[in-house]
Design a protein around this ligand. Structure first.
Ligand code: SF4
Length: 175
């Protein structure tokens, strides 16, 4: 099984899991989620995402080792965690284990789920990209209230179609 897939419409390779089982979608997600629409939503891709999800749930350490092997085989310079889907308990375990096992790997964790994002541990090679939008600004506070274990995090803001965001929505947002 190939674990790392070319990230659809995104640069690089990603680890993808099913939206339905892992995401905490916002109203913007409903309108703009590319992962729910294109080839990533086809049955073969969904089957693969379910296998990845189940593999991490059953053995996070083995899954981390598998990702490390594929990272090397593909000659990657970084990997995106959650090209589609989001964090869950065992994926946090996987990322934390992988980061320590292989400090030379660069892991870009994209998430919208405060409680799991806060459990990603400090590591120089792991970056937490917390995605916000006008419906989910409160998740920033929720993430901070959960006392993140890493200081390597930043927030991005995703606009709705045609939205010109008020400046206050962009406070504390990096991109
Ligand atoms: S968090 Fe990302 S993958 Fe999940 S529903 Fe929202 S846009 Fe789609």
């Amino acid at each position: 099984m190939t674990t790392c897939f070319p990230a659809t419409r995104l640069p690089g390779y990603s680890v993808n899991v099913p939206i339905a089982e892992t995401c905490l979608p916002t109203a913007i997600c409903m309108k703009t989620c590319y992962f729910a629409r294109n080839a990533a939503s086809w049955s073969n891709s969904l089957r693969h995402q379910r296998k990845v999800h189940a593999s991490m749930q059953s053995d996070p350490v083995a899954f981390a080792e598998r990702v490390a092997m594929e990272y090397d085989n593909l000659g990657l310079t970084f990997i995106r965690w959650n090209g589609g889907g989001d964090l869950f308990e065992e994926s946090v375990t996987t990322v934390n284990y992988l980061a320590k096992m292989r400090p030379d790997l660069v892991i870009w964790v994209v998430t919208r789920v405060p409680k799991w994002a806060a459990l990603i541990e400090q590591a120089p090679n792991v970056f937490v990209h917390f995605s916000l939008d006008k419906h989910s600004l409160a998740r920033r506070e929720s993430f901070l209230k959960h006392k993140p274990r890493t200081s390597n995090y930043f927030f991005s803001y995703q606009c709705d179609e045609g939205e010109v965001p008020p400046l206050e929505n962009l406070e504390n947002v990096a991109v």
